[in-house]
Design a protein around this ligand. Structure first.
Ligand code: SF4
Ligand code: SF4
Length: 521
């Protein structure tokens, strides 16, 4: 049901931005055709890259696991369609670093032939939560909101946390992006059917679906789907439209009044958040045995001829997606993955759609002007007023600029959600978020190097200790041998004969100790 009397706790800061989503929501979700070639990166999630399980020349089926998870924070990768693996090599991938990464390239055969499932589909309520998590991990599901965190980890809050509430984050507050909106409008049943699975996995008591009030069709669709589940502990709560309500911490505060501790997790306060796309993917994995091999992508902006939302196979070249949407308009100037606030510009469309590609925004110069030349900070404080994380963005900027990475952490750099509100209002056009990302990357790199050098130092110390121990043992043995030679001489005996006799005595003693091996039959 929809609860209009639900008590909300507005967070500080934020911006009212034009949604610009109507251009991509006027037509139903389409389907981008099967491309001739799929380029599937093995690293589409936060954590360790998966390890390829196939070789060039192998024939693969749709849904077949082609790379296995490596380590705990990792998920496998599956073939989005049937075909032949032609190479495993580095290709450009959508990442802010602009670097290439290892991909499994499949020439599709056009048959779209699925792998056969041999396991029975069991009722999820009869499964242990750990079994559910394994299914979700094996299906390669990650957060589809943009971060790509493996979902099975979020389903395992640990023995110390008791999760009371599941929040489905339907806020989708970033301008231009409408894939969650369209999913909620067109497939509300999948979301509603996925929620009880997550409630069971988390052993949580209730679920709230939070949706901004600028998505009336989605609110209506989910409320309608809930009619069939009257006794389910699920509520749709309508939220005021404000950027960044979709930020996990901001949404949790808005709905519960509880603050996630600095550098803590929502599970620490008994809450877990999932994106509606992730919930639907979990439903499809559990009920239909489908791994994550496609997603809805918003293709939008004045720079594309026919904006819309489309189901796209993972690995489909972005150029194919844009082509399916009528191609580029004459004024097209930038291709951005994500929205204008948190997305990043891509240097080419010869990159594949990955699990976290929620939006391809093709902008024109009048739509999203290029960044202006930065000027010195005038200490106006505007950035602080809009910061939804209650940070001091200008101080963060100073310390990032000065590369004072100890000080910047004292100012809670890692609580920054990189929403871009501060940079949006900065009259000096300072690229504040770039500085924060740079500082975070530097700190992570230094931390990794510190851990590596700590491990190397420990190894070195252990080896030095072992060598010293061996040296002392050798010296001790030598001392004993010398002593053994000196003692007979002191008694007036021939040391050589005495040594031989001692060796013979040792052999005799050993013989006496040895067990009998002769048969007694
Ligand atoms: S908004 Fe820009 S100019 Fe104003 S205090 Fe913040 S960083 Fe400085
Ligand atoms: S990017 Fe970070 S510092 Fe800037 S407003 Fe958002 S949370 Fe605050």
């Amino acid at each position: 049901m929809t609860d209009s009397s639900f008590k909300l706790h507005p967070f500080e800061g934020g911006l009212r931005l034009a949604a610009n989503t109507s251009i991509s929501t006027s037509t139903p979700v389409g389907q981008v055709p099967l491309p001739a070639r799929l380029v599937v990166p093995i690293h589409q999630h936060i954590g360790e890259p998966a390890t390829p399980l196939v070789n060039p020349g192998d024939h693969v089926l749709k849904g077949q696991r082609i790379a296995r998870a490596e380590g705990f924070v990792s998920v496998p990768v599956h073939a989005p369609s049937s075909g032949t693996v032609i190479e495993i090599a580095d290709h450009p991938v959508p990442h802010p670093s602009g670097l290439s990464a290892e991909c499994i390239v499949i020439d599709t055969d056009g048959n779209d032939e699925c792998i056969e499932h041999t396991q029975d589909i069991l009722p999820y309520a009869e499964l242990d939560p750990s079994h559910l998590r394994n299914i979700v991990r094996d299906a390669g599901i990650v957060g589809l909101g943009g971060a790509g965190f493996p979902s099975f980890i979020k389903m395992n809050p640990g023995p110390a946390s008791h999760v009371k509430m599941l929040i489905v984050n339907g806020a989708e507050c970033e301008p231009y992006i409408s894939c969650d909106n369209m999913l909620m409008r067109e497939r509300p049943d999948e979301i509603i059917a996925g929620i009880p699975i997550l409630l069971h996995a988390l052993q949580a008591e209730r679920c709230i679906i939070g949706i901004e009030d600028n998505k009336p069709e989605a609110i209506k669709a989910l409320t309608g789907a809930l009619e069939l589940h009257k006794n389910a502990p699920i509520e749709v709560v309508v939220l005021p439209t404000l950027y960044p309500t979709g930020g996990e911490r901001q949404l949790i505060y808005l709905l519960t009044g509880l603050e996630v501790p600095s550098q803590g997790l929502p599970a620490d306060i008994g809450v877990v958040c999932h994106n509606p796309g992730t919930v639907a993917a979990i439903y499809r994995a559990l009920i239909m045995h489908e791994p994550l091999i496609s997603r809805i992508v918003t293709v939008t902006g004045k720079g594309v001829a026919n904006p819309g939302n489309h189901e796209v196979l993972i690995g489909t070249p972005m150029s194919d997606v844009i082509k399916h949407c009528g191609g580029y308009a004459d004024q097209a100037d930038r291709l951005i993955m994500g929205g204008p606030m948190m997305g990043f510009a891509l240097s080419t469309d010869a990159m594949p759609v990955i699990k976290t590609t929620n939006c391809l925004l093709v902008s024109t110069p009048d739509e999203l002007p290029l960044p202006k030349t930065p000027l010195p900070c005038i200490r106006c404080g505007e950035c602080q007023t809009v910061c939804p994380a209650k940070l001091l963005p200008q101080q963060l900027y100073w310390y990032a600029h000065a590369q004072d990475f100890d000080k910047i952490q004292e100012y809670d750099l890692f609580d920054c959600i990189e929403c871009g509100c501060c940079a949006y209002v900065c009259p000096s056009h300072l690229p504040l978020v770039h500085y924060y990302r740079y500082a975070k990357t530097e700190i992570w790199t230094r931390e990794r190097e510190r851990i590596r050098s700590d491990v190397a130092r420990e190894r070195f110390e252990f080896r030095a200790e072992r060598l010293e121990h061996d040296k002392q043992e050798r010296a001790e043995r030598l001392r004993n041998r010398k002593k053994a030679l000196k003692e007979p001489a002191a008694r007036g005996e021939d040391p050589e004969k005495a040594a031989i006799q001692a060796a013979l005595d040792r052999v005799e003693a050993k013989k006496k100790q040895a067990p009998r091996t002769d048969s007694v039959d």
